[in-house]
Write a protein of this length. Structure first.
Lengths: 125, 350, 426
């Protein structure tokens, strides 16, 4: 079982993993999710997955799922650098996922889920 | 089509008025005159543009009367209604480079007239102004005039006509932080192989994307005996004695100040303020200790936690100040701090 | 390992009742190909079309581009582990239908991208405006899941390419090229004074629509490993990647990997091309660390002097790229890396999501955020229905006059990170 926390704003992740999984669901934007991850990193959590997973760029998908450790203590510099770079990258892209049709929205959820699924396979080995 | 109107700026030296002894020559507008390097520019412009006026100004005059000189020259340029403004080239002449950059940036920002200058990449003006105006990269002396003009003239024409400007390698300007696409002659893989062969042979090669520079400074070993250490304060937060006696600029500082705090126990609203233009100054002006913690260090001095607070502190404004300038300041006052037997420095920003 | 590549120059493609390849003209039997595609019952229908350089044609959304090849001599077949058996390829003789490509198109997910313009300003940004393209658009059966649809289209493309390649089996090539590298010891003896160089290729491996397959294995489940550089020429690596059109590697790019080709051009002259190392770009950070550690370890173990590292994709792979570069340099092996940039529409943003001073030799494929206007084309193969939704597009993308305002991101191969193209930036 995963020792860590999945931070997500993707309802499909909650649906797929069920109520017992260590999922923290936030109803927020892509960037706000990265910022929530940054808060945890400042409290000592480490990133287990890359915050810019997927070639669908920030602004092109509203969904993001990130796995972090539950660690407390010193700030992990590498995690902090990755998350800061990711937050900075958000500004480079046009925001347009709010204009998607519902079917496209479901595709975005699916892609985010499959990216996470691959990471979970690695995490659970 | 009518010829583009160009106003050209040069210093006293290139106007053949004289060298350093004539550097206090005030700004002067010469309508209808083409002077010095202007001749070479005119040749390159051909039928497409002409220099309608030349502004001549001494380098010392410009730098010592920055505000007045800039305002006067802006008026002169405005009166000639140019399509494009050209300053220099300044090669490696530092004050000339800063003058060219300052006035070209001012003409572009305040008059909305496209401007271009040229200088050697290590000219301090290049670092200060390369993101504000196009600066053609020249050799380090006037021997490179031909080459400089060959790049300066076509770029000036393009700017004057409002044509799109290509990548820095195509146009010959100093990279300005804006990435521009263009087609190379060879595909990327072939360029990569060539670059690797050069790198393996220890020959110089040029990366196509310079990594952002992180100037990481390895920390010194910890001070073992703080109770006997002499501590100095240095800030880029712009804390200066009230009235800013050294006129440190609110942004892009060109110098730093050295101030004596012997006997000063607390910085008050009456005695100190900030010169910094990059943050809300209210809290720093109300109590400058918030940026430069003299009060706390005096307490520690009393309590014996530190040996003593050095009686001089150094201050500049970090707001938009070129890294090269900041390095230069620090290299200078670091020597003074060492000579004064300072053991450690507390560096504060904003 | 020695591979002979026989190029048969294709001058034209025509639909005909009988499939054949004669005098440089490829005659395509639509009905026969349709049968091959519909072997997969998840595909409801397929339409074929031909797009030629210079025509007023736009193909979108492009999924993959494949070059038809056939194994004439030597072990194995094209696309080992996928179409052919899993035998090691890269030796013997292979015929190539040069100058053409099979382009698979069709909507798999709503925001999918990939535009190929055969003429106009967009054409110079895609290498596939210069190939004669046989385009196949597959429609799935009702209710087919995206995973299954992607796989069905991917495999159908390979089957069609192999069937076309087969037509070149007994045709005398117009041009023959020989590619040969040697074993470790042999190479040291043969080229004692030449620097030992390898190619480190990073493969996209993040998940659905972001995958690459090596001999049929999903690259995200692999450890970094070594190939003879000729193996890719027989289709050892194929694309399952449909996102990030500008900097993904279609199968065509794997078959014609430009770094492999340009290192071969210098092999035995200025360098000794030792091998190709492949490594992945997983989402899980521990995987990244393991993969880059292994890559660096192999570089040392192979006593390399230098490597070229190529990337695939945006964001997450920037981290793999920098990890690889840093660790390989730390082993005393010199690196040149190939990437592309996302510097924002104004070119002013930080181009990469990661950086390190060790990466002092970078080749760039340009800024993918740069905006371009693509004028209306007379004909669209595929559909424009989704063009507002593709990456790098916006609501304003489709203009009233039918032109598209898009970022280079949407154009297939525009900022390719194996150095397949001439676009760059400063």
């Amino acid at each position: 079982m995963l020792r860590g926390t999945i931070l997500t704003n993707n309802p499909l992740v909650v649906e797929k993993l069920g109520p017992d999984a260590p999922v923290v669901y936030l109803q927020c934007s892509y960037q706000a999710l990265l910022e929530a991850a940054r808060d945890r990193i400042h409290q000592g959590a480490r990133l287990l997955t890359h915050p810019l997973s997927g070639s669908v760029k920030p602004g092109e998908t509203p969904y993001k799922s990130i796995i972090l450790t539950n660690g407390k203590g010193d700030v992990d510099r590498q995690s902090l650098q990755l998350i800061e770079n990711a937050i900075q990258a958000c500004a480079k892209f046009q925001q347009r996922c709010d204009r998607y049709r519902p079917a496209v929205d479901l595709d975005c959820r699916l892609i985010d889920w499959t990216l996470l699924e691959g990471a979970l396979a690695s995490a659970n080995q | 089509m009518a010829k583009l109107r160009v106003v050209h700026y040069i210093n006293q030296f290139f106007a053949q008025i004289g060298g350093e002894e004539k550097a206090d020559y005030p700004a002067e507008l010469r309508v209808g005159e083409v002077v010095g390097p202007g001749m070479a520019l005119m040749q390159k412009f051909g039928d497409e543009a002409e220099i309608v006026a030349t502004v001549v100004c001494g380098d010392s005059y410009f730098n010592e009367n920055l505000d007045k000189a800039t305002a006067d020259i802006l008026e002169m340029v405005k009166s000639q209604k140019p399509d494009v403004f050209v300053a220099g080239p300044a090669f490696n002449a530092g004050r000339y480079g800063v003058a060219c950059g300052t006035i070209a940036a001012a003409v572009q920002e305040q008059l909305g007239i496209p401007s271009v200058t040229g200088m050697y990449v290590e000219n301090p003006g290049a670092d200060m102004f390369k993101t504000k105006v196009y600066i053609v990269s020249t050799r380090n002396s006037a021997a490179g005039m031909r080459d400089a003009v060959a790049k300066l003239a076509p770029l000036a024409l393009k700017l004057g006509k409002g044509e799109p400007i290509g990548a820095s390698v195509e146009e010959g300007y100093i990279p300005n932080g804006v990435r521009v696409n263009f087609f190379e002659k060879e595909r990327g893989s072939a360029r990569a192989v060539k670059m690797l062969i050069k790198k393996l042979a220890g020959k110089p090669f040029e990366t196509e994307f310079p990594m952002p520079v992180f100037d990481r400074v390895a920390p010194n070993p910890a001070v073992k005996d703080m109770a006997h250490a002499k501590i100095a304060l240095v800030t880029s937060g712009g804390i200066v004695p009230k009235g800013n006696p050294d006129h440190i600029e609110s942004s892009s500082a060109s110098h730093y100040g050295e101030y004596d705090i012997a006997g000063v126990m607390d910085l008050t609203a009456e005695t100190y303020e900030t010169a910094h233009g990059g943050y809300d100054p209210v809290y720093a002006n109300a109590d400058a200790d918030r940026v430069l913690p003299v009060d706390v260090l005096r307490d520690m001095e009393k309590e014996g936690k530190i040996g003593e607070l050095h009686h001089l502190y150094y201050a500049t404004v970090g707001n938009g100040t070129a890294v090269a300038s900041a390095k230069k300041f620090a290299a200078e006052f670091a020597q003074k701090l060492k000579a004064d037997g300072v053991d450690a420095v507390i560096l504060t920003s904003t | 390992m020695k591979l002979e590549i026989g190029n048969i120059f294709i001058k034209d493609i025509q639909f005909a009742a009988e499939a054949k390849l004669a005098d440089g003209v490829l005659y395509v039997d639509k009905a026969a190909l349709e049968k091959i595609v519909l072997e997969d019952e998840t595909i409801k229908s397929v339409t074929f079309d031909i797009a030629k350089p210079g025509e007023s044609v736009r193909i979108t959304p492009v999924k993959d581009v494949i070059e038809p090849r056939v194994k004439v001599e030597g072990p194995g077949g094209i696309f080992p582990g996928i179409i052919a058996k899993v035998d090691t390829v890269g030796s013997g003789k292979t015929h190539v239908l040069k100058g053409m490509a099979v382009v698979t198109a069709g909507k798999i997910v709503g925001f999918q991208e990939g535009v190929i313009d055969m003429s106009g300003p967009g054409a110079k940004y895609t290498p596939f405006s210069e190939t004669l393209n046989l385009v196949m658009v597959c429609e799935p059966v009702e209710g087919l899941k995206q995973h299954d649809y992607e796989k069905a289209v991917r495999l159908a493309g390979f089957r069609v390419a192999v069937a076309l390649g087969e037509l070149g089996r007994n045709v005398a090539p117009d041009e023959t090229k020989v590619y040969e590298t040697c074993g470790i010891k042999e190479g040291i003896e043969k080229y004692p004074d030449l620097p030992r160089v390898a190619y480190v290729q990073m493969l996209q491996s993040q998940g659905l629509l972001h995958d690459t397959y090596v001999y049929g294995v999903d690259a995200k489940k692999t450890l970094s490993t070594i190939l003879w550089p000729t193996e890719t020429m027989d289709g050892a690596i194929v694309s399952g990647n449909c996102v990030s059109a500008c900097d993904k590697n279609p199968t065509y790019v794997h078959e014609n990997n430009p770094v492999v080709e340009d290192l071969f051009a210098q092999h035995g002259k200025t360098l000794n091309f030792v091998c190709q190392i492949i490594t992945n770009e997983n989402v899980y950070l521990a995987d990244k660390q393991r993969s880059s550690d292994w890559t660096a370890k192999m570089c040392r173990l192979l006593d390399l002097d230098g490597v070229i590292v190529s990337q695939e994709g945006f964001g997450n792979p920037d981290t793999d790229l920098i990890m690889n570069c840093k660790k390989i340099e730390a082993q005393g092996v010199k690196t040149v890396i190939i990437t592309d940039e996302y510097a924002g529409r104004d070119g002013k943003s930080q181009s990469l999501a990661d950086a390190d001073a060790a990466a002092d030799a970078v080749v760039t494929g340009g800024n993918a955020n740069e905006v371009i206007v693509l004028p209306k084309m007379d004909k669209v193969i595929g559909t424009l229905d989704y063009v507002n939704k593709i990456a790098g597009a916006s609501e304003e993308t489709l203009q009233p006059d039918g032109s598209l305002v898009v970022e280079l991101q949407v154009i297939t191969g525009a900022t390719n990170e194996t150095g397949f193209i001439k676009l760059s930036a400063r």
